[in-house]
Design a protein around this ligand. Structure first.
Ligand code: SF4
Length: 688
């Protein structure tokens, strides 16, 4: 080979975007990313990938990358040496802890960082500081799904693999724009639907690509999925169509649950959801006529005040019809970020140690206290939402955010940024000087996935290895190195030389990961948790019952009350979600020219009916006003939305960010913001 070719390196990595967890070889020459090549033995994607995975990497070499630590001096930042930055953080953390107690500090981990880095973030909070105030962005998305599944089947992960979704006879998606949010997974459904007659029923407010392809598409009124799910379940039981064998063997609480359904008649459901009675009957019949049903859901379910209850209703329906414990069946909450699953799994949660052992569980807590030679509070700490409220109340004074643009992605931007301004001390660790970082006292430059070793866990609970392809840019460092250096600066002795040692420590403490070892994760090898000590993993989550005392799942009775609606003053409902080309707040994708070319700016979708009524044309400029704030944008008229529904990509940034409109309403059981419950009025600024 010529010299030129010799300098080209191929490194296995895991996509940094969505939770499908595509893996590929990335070809690099010096710092140049030449191409991204999926491999036949990529477990989640084979030879496929989407536009983000293929072209979304330029941000790594962006000139806007932070390359040196910054400290705020008066109203501007100055570049400093690592030594000075870490000494300053260490000093301020110690002072605040001494003066106001460990619980006056809070930590927000990143779902874009590795499992090992999530493990160290919670260890830092619990061991170095002594607080359980640590959380991550699953609070913004899938915590309600986790809650709903915990209540009913005992584990908060997908019941099977993407293969199981492809193998199902019927797939129902609820509140999931699958083709744009999880493109490679959607292509598996499209294939099964087209070639193998898989039935596809889609429930969503918006007629997106999957809705157009579906056998049946339903548009229930916003926030009422719990009602149709419960009514369909009740109808199935009333007809005697429930899976009696499965329930008898594996399910507790049938009688009590059955009674709790009395309110969910077809009449009531029709009235509340706008789905006609005959359609509800058809849905019930289709469900019991297939042997294998998989239900996929996403933010359209979870980001509501009843997000946890609605996720519970999905699991109840699967239990009643015996759609657990077999390939091709089960519950599939589709994870957004590439490592949102792993970030929670590895303990960056206020109530859980790694592997979902409760902090209140004496047995687990003692194990960690002993290993870390420290005392850990036995009460859950604050979640993201509680931290923001506590800052306003003066009860939380210092915050450390790693790889999360909280000031733009948390609901109610005005409220959250006011909180960030109130902090006594604020550290942000990120790739860029984000919206959130503008409020920081110290900004630490981190390294993205291509510049480090580690593991990510995808939506299938699959732990996959990523290898370092490039050196960290400038003086930036991987999050695990920064956390280690800071812990040592604060007098601890963290001597990890490689992320594999962090994983070994986690595996030795958390039974869920007992057998996880880098030796079993080389190249394209992967493990789906739980992983037993001998290295056996668990592609199908439930094989011999459920992780409760008697091995039986629990039906969970629910009630319903409509939590939000439009009114005379705020007469339009705003829905929001992803677009294919961009990712979340856009910090990475808006810095990738291959993607910006495809979709440079954002838009507000409105229906042709509404455009006609308000006499506005394509491209008109409008202002949306909610009770919490306002945003402006350009109108795109499309029949993907209907009536008084609007749709905003959540990727919009700056003044068009959707979270100027969202408020402090949250899911009652998980404190996940009810991002999808926004009523607005629209003012036309320029008709065009
Ligand atoms: Fe990355 Fe998701 Fe696209 Fe796969 S489907 S390439 S994981 S963004």
């Amino acid at each position: 080979a010529s010299m030129r070719e010799e300098r080209i390196e191929k490194t296995k990595t895991v996509c940094t975007y969505c939770g499908v967890g595509c893996t590929f070889d990335v070809w690099t020459k010096d710092r140049k990313i030449l191409k991204v090549e999926p491999q036949q033995d990529s477990p989640a994607n084979g030879i496929s990938s989407c536009i983000k995975g293929k072209f979304g990497w330029d941000f790594v070499n962006s000139e806007e990358r932070l390359t040196r630590p910054l400290i705020r001096k008066d109203d501007h930042f100055v570049e400093v040496e690592w030594e000075e930055a870490l000494s300053y953080v260490s000093k301020r953390f110690n002072e605040i802890k001494k003066e106001k107690g460990a619980d006056s500090l809070g930590f927000i981990a990143s779902s874009k960082a590795t499992n090992e880095e999530s493990y160290l973030m919670q260890k830092f909070a619990r061991q170095v500081i002594g607080t359980n105030n640590v959380d991550n962005c699953s609070r913004y998305c899938q915590s309600p799904a986790t809650k709903g599944l915990f209540r009913t089947v005992g584990y908060g992960g997908d019941s099977g693999s993407i293969d199981d979704i492809a193998e199902a006879e019927m797939v129902i998606t609820i509140g999931s724009n699958t083709a744009e949010s999880h493109p490679v997974l959607a292509s598996r459904i499209k294939r099964s639907h087209k070639l193998f007659g898989q039935k596809l029923y889609v429930f969503d407010l918006r007629k997106h690509e999957m809705a157009q392809r579906a056998d049946r598409f339903f548009q229930p009124k916003s926030g009422t999925d719990l009602v149709w799910l419960s009514a369909v379940t009740k109808y199935i039981i009333d007809q005697g169509w429930e899976n009696k064998d499965f329930i008898g063997k594996w399910v507790n609480g049938f009688e009590e649950y059955k009674e709790s359904l009395s309110k969910f008649t077809l009449e009531y459901a029709e009235k509340m959801t706008n789905i006609p009675r005959e359609d509800l009957i058809d849905i019930a019949k289709q469900i019991v006529n297939v042997d294998k049903l998989a239900i996929c859901w996403a933010m359209g379910v979870t980001q509501h005040q009843l997000g946890s209850d609605t996720s519970t209703a999905i699991s109840n329906l699967l239990l009643i019809t015996g759609n657990y414990m077999r390939n091709g069946t089960g519950a599939f909450p589709l994870r957004g970020h590439n490592n949102v699953q792993g970030c929670s799994d590895f303990g960056s949660m206020p109530n859980f140690f790694p592997g979902y052992e409760k902090v209140s569980d004496d047995n687990a807590r003692t194990r960690y206290e002993k290993a870390w030679n420290t005392e850990i509070p036995n009460e859950p700490g604050m979640d993201n939402h509680e931290m923001m409220v506590a800052i306003h109340e003066g009860k939380l004074n210092a915050l450390y955010i790693k790889g999360e643009d909280t000031g733009i992605v948390d609901a109610n931007i005005n409220y959250v940024t006011e909180a960030l301004e109130k902090l006594d001390f604020f550290v942000v660790q990120d790739l860029f000087l984000t919206h959130t970082a503008q409020y920081a006292d110290v900004v630490l430059p981190a390294a993205p996935s291509l510049e480090k070793d580690g593991t990510f866990t995808n939506t299938e609970r699959r732990i996959q290895r990523l290898y370092k392809a490039l050196d960290p840019m400038g003086e930036s460092k991987p999050d695990w190195v920064i956390l280690k250096d800071l812990a040592n600066k604060m007098g601890f002795d963290w001597n990890y030389r490689h992320p594999s040692e962090i994983m070994s420590e986690a595996a030795s403490l958390a039974p869920l990961f007992a057998g996880v070892d880098y030796k079993l994760l080389e190249n394209y090898n992967s493990l789906q948790w739980p992983v037993q000590e001998d290295g056996t993993d668990t592609p199908l989550l439930f094989t011999n019952g459920f992780p409760f005392e008697d091995n039986k799942a629990k039906l969970y009775p629910l009630s319903f009350e409509l939590k939000h609606d439009t009114d005379e003053e705020f007469d339009l409902h705003v829905n929001n979600g992803r677009v294919l080309e961009h990712f979340h707040e856009g910090n990475m994708t808006f810095k990738s020219s291959g993607i910006v070319k495809e979709l440079p700016s954002s838009f507000i979708e409105i229906s042709p009916e509404l455009a006609k009524e308000r006499e506005i044309k394509e491209g008109a400029k409008v202002k949306l006003v909610s009770k919490a704030g306002e945003t402006t944008g350009k109108v795109h008229i499309t029949d993907r939305v209907s009536g008084n529904e609007l749709y905003l990509p959540l990727n919009a940034s700056g003044k068009s960010a959707v979270n100027y409109l969202t408020d402090n309403s949250v899911d009652k059981d998980s404190n996940t913001p009810a991002y999808k419950e926004i009523a607005v009025r629209m003012e036309v600024l320029e008709k065009k």
